[in-house]
Every structure is written in C-alpha cells, then in structure tokens.
Design a binder for this molecule. Structure first.
Ligand SMILES: [Zn+2]
Length: 328
C-alpha cells in the first residue's frame, strides 16, 4: 500500500545569475506553485549555495503535509558544467563567481536530514531545459532533440535517443561555444569566434553598437521592435544573426540529425519574426537534402524550462532507482 496521499511531486529549482526560480511540479509536468528568490551572485559560491538551500527550505516548509509526504525529490538546474551523477559543479564561468567546485546535491541532502528519502539531482541549465521541453514542452515525446536558448548567452542541450548528452566531464552540449568564425569576436569563455558571440541577445546588442547606426544603440529587444516596424537596419542585423544560426544548424543536422531543433530564450521567443529567417537560412543550405527546416521551432516553456526540467529529472531518477510502485 502506498503511503502517499497525493500523487508524486518534485521541487524543481532553476538557479540563474540574478534569480532563483523554484516550482512544485507534478509527474505530468504541471506546475502547482512557484517561488522566486534573488541570487546573491556577487557574494560568491558559499553565499549562492546558502541561498539555494534557503530557497529549497522555504519552499518545502510552506507545503502542506500531504504535499510534503508526496515530495519525491529536489532537482536543480544550474549554469556551468555539472557532474549529473554527483551533483557537483565542475566548472562555471564568472557569471556565478566561486560557483565552481560547489557540491550542490551534497549540500542539499545535508540541509534536509529529516527528508533523507528525497532524491536530489543537479544538472546544467541547458540540459534541464532540454529535458523539460522534451518531457512536457515544445518537443513532447521527441527523443532526438537539440535545444538552443538564445538569451544573454547561448545555452544548449542535446537529447539523443531520449538521453541527455553530458560528455566525459559535464562539458558536452556547449553549443554556444562551438567555433563559428576562426579568430572572430571574443567570447567570455576565452575563445574567439564562438557561436554565442554572433547569436544571442548580447551579440545582437553588440552588433547594433558596432554598426554605428544608432546612438545609443538599441537593446536586442528594442531591435526586434524596430524590425517589426519595418526598420531595415534592424532587420538586417537580425537577418545576419539568423544566417549565423542557420550555419550552426547545418553543422548540428550533420552531426545529429535531430527530430527537432528548439529555439528558446528572449531571442528564440521572437519566433514570428526570427523563425522564418532561420528556416530560410537552413533551407538555402540544406533544404533539398531531406531535413525539413520546419523542424526548427520555438520552445514553449519560457523561463520555467529549467525549473520544470529539473523536476522532470527527479522523476526520471526515481523511476530508474526504485521498483515500480503502485499508486493505488
Ligand atoms: Zn565561447
């Protein structure tokens, strides 16, 4: 007999550079509640870890006893290279100073000794978002998926035959840092010419600055507004970005032949304007060879993708670790 009064739940937490978004998620991906906290990024790794623990503690403490007993685990979606087996941050860029080396899962487990049965998982935010979109978002049921989140940077995730690609050191699926232009624009990863330096909200804003068309230059969001009003200069910059993304997508198709490529993040969500340009760029290069450019689509989970995906990874972990349990 099951001891649960409520269907299984998971707490998904997305740790971002400015905010921590937590959500109570059901096994079908429905979000029952969300919480939002600030990320004290400038205060360093230990303070960020404490904020993450405090967020989980506050969320769990506010649950009803039925929800608490139905909670199966905590999933964390975080920037950086994450060892998804141990839940440790192997490497993180200075966006989260001091975050490298932090043991996310271990610290969360230690914070809830009374909940030792909870599964605790952590994964890279691009991976978690990809898993979320495949689980209950824009690529539901798709087992070969590439997701690109075009925001401040370009995050990504790759699902092959239903499994996330992590690589040997947690650094796989870093699509944003694949080289697009040899010796091209500098990237904050230390390389020059990364895709992220040409295709992201930041990249678009910098392209507007370099163009000298405006003073001050519009933000990426404003550029999309200008483009919608027919501003040819804004349209030109966005089209150029779509061409760069199309080039990267050809490489992805040749590497992985995915069922679907999803574009998320602030830029990816400008689908009405941006998506046709990207599809056209793909089509011109590859359209005659059997990969339908319509398979490039917009993601649907928005800023909740990492949080929902992290919760989904909890259910995935529980499913693999425990014998099938009767819900009756
Ligand atoms: Zn880079």
């Amino acid at each position: 007999m099951s001891s649960f009064d409520h269907a299984p739940l998971a707490l998904g937490i997305d740790l971002g550079g400015t905010k921590i978004l937590a959500g109570l998620v059901e096994a079908d991906g429905s979000v029952l509640r969300t919480w939002r906290f600030a990320t004290p990024a400038e205060a360093g790794g230990a303070a960020i870890m404490q904020a993450l623990v405090d967020a989980a503690r506050a969320a769990i403490a506010s649950l009803s006893s039925a929800h608490q007993s139905a909670l199966r685990g905590i999933g964390v979606s975080s920037a950086g290279h994450i060892d998804h087996r141990s839940g440790e941050v192997l490497y993180c860029t200075p966006n989260l100073p001091g975050w490298s080396g932090m043991a996310i899962a271990e610290n969360l487990r230690a914070a809830f000794p009374q909940h030792s049965r909870l599964a605790v998982v952590a994964d890279n935010d691009g991976n978690a978002s990809t898993f979320g979109e495949a689980w209950c978002g824009g690529a539901r049921g798709v087992s070969n998926l590439v997701m690109m989140t075009l925001g401040t940077g370009l995050g990504g995730g790759i699902l092959v035959d239903g499994r996330l690609i992590h690589g040997a050191h947690g650094g796989g699926a870093e699509i944003g840092h694949t080289l697009l232009v040899p010796d091209g624009l500098p990237c904050n990863c230390g390389q020059n010419g990364c895709l992220e330096s040409y295709v992201s909200g930041t990249a678009l804003g910098k392209a507007a600055e370099r163009s000298g068309f405006w003073n001050p230059a519009p933000s990426s969001h404003e550029l999309f507004e200008l483009a919608r009003q027919g501003d040819e200069r804004a349209l030109g910059l966005i089209r150029e970005m779509a061409e760069h993304l199309g080039t990267a997508i050809i490489t992805i198709i040749n590497f992985l032949d995915p069922d679907r490529i999803l574009l998320g993040g602030g830029v990816g969500e400008q689908g009405d304007l941006f998506l046709p340009m990207v599809r056209a760029a793909v089509s011109r290069r590859y359209g005659q060879r059997g990969w339908d450019p319509e398979r490039v689509q917009s993601a649907v989970l928005g800023e909740r993708a990492g949080m929902i995906g992290a919760a989904g990874l909890v259910f995935e972990r529980v499913r693999h670790e425990e014998p099938v349990r009767s819900e009756a």
